[in-house]
Design a protein around this ligand. Structure first.
Ligand SMILES: NC(=O)c1ccc[n+]([C@@H]2O[C@H](COP(=O)([O-])OP(=O)(O)OC[C@H]3O[C@@H](n4cnc5c(N)ncnc54)[C@H](O)[C@@H]3O)[C@@H](O)[C@H]2O)c1
Ligand SMILES: O=C(O)[C@H](O)COP(=O)(O)O
Length: 402
């Protein structure tokens, strides 16, 4: 099988896949527009920020698996992949440490105005009085929006700096917050109102679009530090732009609405000219440590795809299976027994949603579990049981987890 890596990546971790017969091709120069033509004959695609459009997915006729070597899958048309039965998997948590480190770097740099002080030194100006004004972090309140993998790493580091942690997260309750020893905020507005430092670590989804809204940003104390190393979509950047000078906010951004597809492309953001705003070109995950961890996870996913039944970190499996019954058939491990069973199911109009087959010691007998949406009739089950090589047939009603 051919594997295409359509981004810059640490390839050494993928070397071991060659023993599985995988041919690895690295084409970091590919873009959203050139990717479709490059997918001919490719079975596995690994991407970082290169966009995978519906057109690319349609042209990847042999594509079975897309691995996002990172967390966010917003650059992949997941719905188009699902419609063609292509797995999409990501590497959650593997770059969390790196993003937390960048978050702390922004907070420290903004408090001491490191970038401005350096620029003045480079220009030959010794502005000691000007840069002798800083609040310091110790004893200040940090508000963490989203206690996922990155939010929790930020929490760890914030404590080490003597910051007082407050948090809002989708499934955070007062009880869980007490266990984590963070102050519980009921809403994002509530969190913002008590944040000398406000940092966002929420996934971008249709539900979180603009969740850090104008009213959340309005609730921040004057002079607060704001960091967004998650995604631009989660924060109202138009409101932020307006509020930076009005509230004297200090802002650190790793993510922008106007990010180019590839390195070295021109870039523009009005936000950077609005006051004390520091920025980085979406490099939160770019440490050797994180890239190695992501590459190892990518290799683990691909190895599982080639050799195991279960694939880790798949983001597009049907959340609630339409299956309502399981037909459990114990049978002899012989050619055609399963095929006979399936043909009976077909004749009775039973659609199989999921299927698994386990072979037992000695390879004499197997157990097949077919999860189906409609209840097979007694006649259908009898026909299956009538095959000489079928040992037993059961029907199990599945709990409705929808
Ligand atoms: N700057 C970078 O280079 C960089 C690197 C990694 C991740 N990220 C971004 O940071 C985000 C967080 O990463 P993570 O590894 O902590 O992910 P995670 O899945 O561990 O945490 C995501 C957080 O978002 C919350 N969330 C998800 N859907 C929500 C919803 N509908 N409503 C409210 N909250 C919701 C979760 O509860 C959780 O708190 C990623 O989704 C990605 O967009 C950026
Ligand atoms: O979602 C992610 O993992 C980050 O945004 C990192 O993206 P990158 O791999 O393009 O640096």
């Amino acid at each position: 099988m051919r594997l295409l890596v359509a981004d810059k990546m640490d390839l050494s971790a993928l070397e071991e896949l060659k023993v599985l017969g995988i041919e690895i091709e690295s084409r970091p120069e590919l873009t959203r527009d050139t990717l479709p033509a490059a997918l001919d004959g490719i079975g596995i695609l690994v991407v970082r920020s290169t966009e995978v459009t519906a057109k690319a997915i349609a042209s990847g006729r042999q594509l079975n698996l897309i691995v996002r070597a990172g967390v966010g899958v917003g650059t992949i048309d997941v719905a188009a992949a699902s419609a063609r039965g292509i797995y999409v998997a990501n590497c959650p948590g593997k770059n969390a440490t790196a993003v937390a480190e960048l978050t702390m770097a922004f907070i420290l740099a903004l408090d001491r105005r490191l970038v401005d002080a350096t620029s003045e030194l480079r220009a030959g100006r010794w502005e000691k009085a000007k840069y002798s004004v800083a609040r310091g972090l110790f004893g200040r309140r940090i508000g963490i929006a989203g206690l996922g993998a990155i939010g929790r790493e930020v929490l760890l580091r914030a404590r080490a700096f003597g910051l007082e942690p407050h948090a809002w997260s989708r499934s955070l309750t007062p009880g869980r917050a007490a266990k984590l020893d963070v102050s519980y905020a009921r809403t994002l507005e509530d969190l913002a109102a008590r944040s000398d430092i406000f940092t966002v670590h929420l996934t971008a989804t249709p539900q979180t679009r603009g969740i850090v809204s104008r009213s959340v940003l309005e609730a921040l104390p004057d002079g607060a530090i704001v960091v967004n190393a998650a995604r631009p979509e989660v924060m109202d950047y138009a409101a932020l732009e307006e509020l930076i000078p009005r509230k004297g906010l200090r802002v650190g951004l790793d993510v922008f609405a106007t990010e180019p597809d590839k390195s070295s492309a021109p870039f523009e953001s009005h936000l950077l000219a609005r006051g004390l705003v520091y920025g980085t070109p979406h490099v939160g995950a770019q440490t050797e440590q994180a890239q190695r961890a992501v590459a190892l996870e990518t290799a683990r996913i691909i190895r599982a795809f080639m050799t195991e039944e279960e694939l880790p970190n798949v983001v597009n499996i049907c959340a609630t299976s339409p299956a309502r019954y399981a037909v459990v058939v114990r049978m002899m491990d012989k050619v055609g027994v399963l095929a006979n069973t399936l043909s009976v199911m077909k004749r009775h109009g039973i659609n199989i949603e999921e299927i698994s087959n386990t072979v037992f010691e000695g390879a004499t007998a197997t157990c097949t579990k077919m999860r189906v949406s409609g209840r097979p009739s007694e006649a259908c089950l009898k026909e299956i049981a009538a095959f000489e090589e079928v040992l037993h047939v059961d029907i199990v009603a599945l709990p409705n987890l929808a």
